[in-house]
Structures are given as C-alpha cells and as structure tokens.
Design a protein around this ligand. Structure first.
Ligand code: FAD
Length: 409
C-alpha cells in the first residue's frame, strides 16, 4: 500500500535500479549490462525528449577515453570535432590560447550531449537493456538497509515500487535520489555566485574559430561550438531575468557589444533555437553514498557550465560506479563501493576549484589565486581580474596550468 493508503501497482526488481537516463545513468546502465549485472533504468522524460535536449558539447579527453574503453565512442569519433583554441576578448585587447599544445597537450572533442545520449540509449536498448521512459521516481526507501526500493509514477499516473540491492541516483540535482537523503546524512557545499547566464543556441556557424570568452563592463559573453550549423552563446544577465525577457534583436546587440564585433568582426546570426536562464552556482554533496544509494553526475555535484565539467564528471563517476557495483555484486568485493565517494570527490574538488576560478575570471568578481593554491577554492585573497587575465596572457606556467585544468576531469 502507498503511504496515502491507495493501491500500489507491482513494479519489478533488479539488482541495480538506475534513476535517470542522462550521460551518468546511461553510462552506468551500459557498463552494468556489458558486465552481466541485472539493472533497470527509470527515466522521467520520453525517449523523444531525451534525444533533443541540448546541453553540453565539450567532452574532455578522459571522457572520450572512458567511452572508447567500453565501445561507446563510434559515432562520437565519426561526427565529433576536435577543438583546442580559446580566445579571450578583454577591455585591453584580445589573446588566444592554443590549449591543445599547452599543459598535457590534449584537445576537447565537440559532440552535442543529445547526440551522446542518443548513442548511449541506442546501445543500451539495442542490447536488450531494460528502461522505463515517462516514469518518474518519487522516492528512494530503505537505502540504509540491504533491500532498498524506489517508488515511481508511470505515464498513467500509477505508483510502482521497484525493489533492488542498490540504487544509482543519476537523476540530476532536482531528482528523487537527492530528495530522499535523510537530513543530516550528507553535507552540502553550496555557493551562489549571484550572477545568471542566459544560454542560447543559434542556428548559425560559429563566429570565432575558438571558444570565445568576452569580458566586458556590460557583462560576460561567450561562444562555444556545437556543430557546423549550431553555436552556443552565453550572456550574463541580472538574476531573475526570465528566459524570454530579451527580444532577439537585444540579444544579438548585447553579443555584438560584449564580444566587440565592431573591433573583431561581425557575428554570424541565425534563429535562436533555445533560451535557458540559470544561476551560476555550485552545489556538491559529501559523501556521495548513503547505504545502498549512490549518487553520480549532477545528482552528486553541480558546478555550472563556466568550465564545462558537468557532463565530463558524470561520465567519469558513472564508470567508477559501474565498476564498483560490478565488483560487489559479481565478485563479492565491496572495496570499490567503499572508496567510491572519496575517489569521485577528489575529481569534483579539483574541477570545482577551476570552475570557480573561471567564474571569477569571467565576471566582475574578485579572483582567487590560480596556480600554487591547493585544496578547496579559497574565498579570501581575492585579486582583481585584470592582472589575472594579464598573467594568463603572458605566463607560460599559468597557461600550462590553465590547459591542464581546462581539459582534465
Ligand atoms: P542529466 O543530464 O540532467 O540527466 C538526468 C536525467 O534524470 C534526465 O534525463 C532527467 O529527465 C532524469 N530525471 C530527473 N528526475 C528524475 C526522476 N525523479 N525520476 C526519473 N528520472 C529523472 N557540461 C559539460 O561537461 N560540458 C559542457 O559544455 C556543458 N555545457 C552545458 C550547457 C548548458 C546550457 C547546461 C544547462 C549544462 C551544461 N553542462 C556541460 C552540464 C551538463 O549538461 C550536465 O552536467 C550533465 O547533463 C549531467 O549529466 P547527468 O546524467 O548527471 O544529469
């Protein structure tokens, strides 16, 4: 019976119940299936909606290696493009960094997230993986015992209960996994940077043959490639700005102004296909495990897109989680699960530190020191932005540090 007394339809059981079919959940699902672990994925959205949800695009070298290792990178190699240049446009001139030849010397692969999700879904479903679309997990129960269950609502509004041995919480920041953590069991590290970004997708080729970061008194503007005919732009906007508040003409005028089109050449304009506004904030949970419930991807940590880390961390954590679950369930070896949270958090803190450094560099906020600092990002010792940009322009050591952190997860 449900808690409100209404009847509960029979769900099913699986050794691992995966919540969410984003990059994290689909990598976990594919790797578990390949290893022969019994699993099911519950996903709130329809399959059609997943295939068109445009988000990330810059895949780190390590992300590509993880996907290659498990035979999940064929289309990515066929259609992805390598990128290794970024251009900073500042009130004092512009400069470029060929980060593919600095630091570890590795490029990003540009491959839209919805294409990656489409590939991962096809691989999972085509090999007989169990997945329920339009099924929203509402709560994880008894995670501190050995028989956790998940309550979910299907497309007909029925409540189902799924039983398992582990739950992989890959359902993002607002999913059921996070909500089901009992108070006091995890520590939340939250930081609000008090600025928002308007994220846009334009049907137009990129205007700069590099990732463009423009710092301007009117606010930040950015450009990132997504493919030959689609480009992502970002505009800093006041907190609380609705996504449709600015008409297209204003958006292009702001982009022209902040990216200094008058000095460096016009932007390629095109219809705007997507507008999203999100606050720049970071939100990390510690630890990433509560009994038999394990978190991965945005459910574990949200860093914001300033350094393009979210999808990359999601894939890295998903591989660690799938391996740990496999070792425990098939080989009775719990060491990977016991170490899971600490191993992921090592990567998360590092990404968080760089991501915050980028937030401060790109906005009119104090900049914490870069190279040489260690551990979690310092909040004090703030430096003005101009010398930080100047050091990045002129110092090879700083550029190597930037390249390593920019491409690494
Ligand atoms: P998601 O992709 O959010 O997947 C979670 C899934 O869970 C979704 O399919 C959702 O429908 C489902 N779900 C949610 N709640 C429930 C529920 N209760 N029950 C069942 N299912 C549920 N990252 C990068 O690395 N590089 C970039 O360039 C980059 N650019 C970005 C640009 C934008 C505009 C945005 C918004 C994000 C960007 N990111 C980027 C971040 C990246 O998109 C996320 O970090 C990534 O999607 C995280 O993957 P995930 O699988 O953890 O979560």
């Amino acid at each position: 019976m449900r808690e409100d007394g209404a009847a509960e339809a029979a769900g099913d059981r699986a050794d691992v119940i995966v919540l969410g079919a984003g990059p994290a959940g689909l990598v976990v699902g594919n790797l578990l299936r390949a290893a022969g672990v019994d699993c099911v994925i519950l996903e709130r959205a329809t399959r059609a909606a997943l295939r068109t949800r445009a988000r990330a695009g810059y895949l780190a070298p390590n992300t590509v290696r993880v996907l290659e290792r498990h035979g999940l990178a064929d289309r990515l190699h066929r259609y992805g493009q390598q990128h290794s240049l970024c251009e900073f446009r500042t009130p004092h001139g512009r400069f470029r960094l060929d980060y593919g030849s600095l630091g570890p010397g590795e490029p990003h692969t540009v491959y839209p997230q919805q294409e990656l999700v489409t590939d991962l879904l096809a691989q999972y479903v085509d090999t007989g993986g169990r997945i329920h679309f339009a099924t929203e997990a509402t709560a994880v129960r008894d995670a501190d015992g050995t028989r956790p269950s998940v309550l979910a609502r299907d497309a007909d509004g029925r409540t189902l209960r799924w039983h398992g041995r582990y739950v992989a919480g890959c359902d993002g920041r607002h999913g059921a996994a996070r909500r089901s953590l009992p108070p006091g069991t995890v520590r939340r590290h939250h930081r609000d940077h008090a600025v928002s970004w308007l994220a846009l997708l334009a049907r137009a080729p990129q205007s700069i043959d590099a990732v463009g970061y423009a710092v301007h008194p009117a606010g930040f503007a950015g450009q990132m490639a997504r493919g030959p005919e689609v480009t992502r732009y970002y505009l800093q906007c006041p907190r609380g700005t609705p996504a449709d508040a600015w008409p297209d003409d204003r958006i292009w005028a702001e982009l022209d102004l902040r990216m200094r089109a008058a000095d460096y050449g016009p932007l390629h304009r095109g219809p705007l296909l997507q507008r999203l506004v999100f606050p720049l904030e970071s939100d990390v949970l510690e630890p990433l495990r509560h009994g038999t419930l394990l978190l991965a991807g945005d459910a574990a940590s949200l860093l914001g897109p300033s350094a393009a880390k979210g999808a990359n961390l999601a894939v890295l954590e998903a591989e660690l989680l799938a391996r740990a679950l496999t070792d425990d369930l098939l080989h009775d070896d719990p060491r990977g699960l016991n170490a899971y949270s600490d191993r992921c958090l090592t990567h998360i803190w590092r990404a968080l530190r760089f991501s915050r450094w980028m937030v401060h560099l790109l906005h009119d906020l104090p900049v914490p020191p870069g190279p040489g600092a260690s551990g979690r990002p310092p909040d004090r010792d703030a430096l003005p932005r101009r010398p930080c940009l100047e050091t990045l322009r002129t110092s090879r050591a700083e550029q190597d540090w930037f390249a390593e952190n920019y491409t690494d997860v």
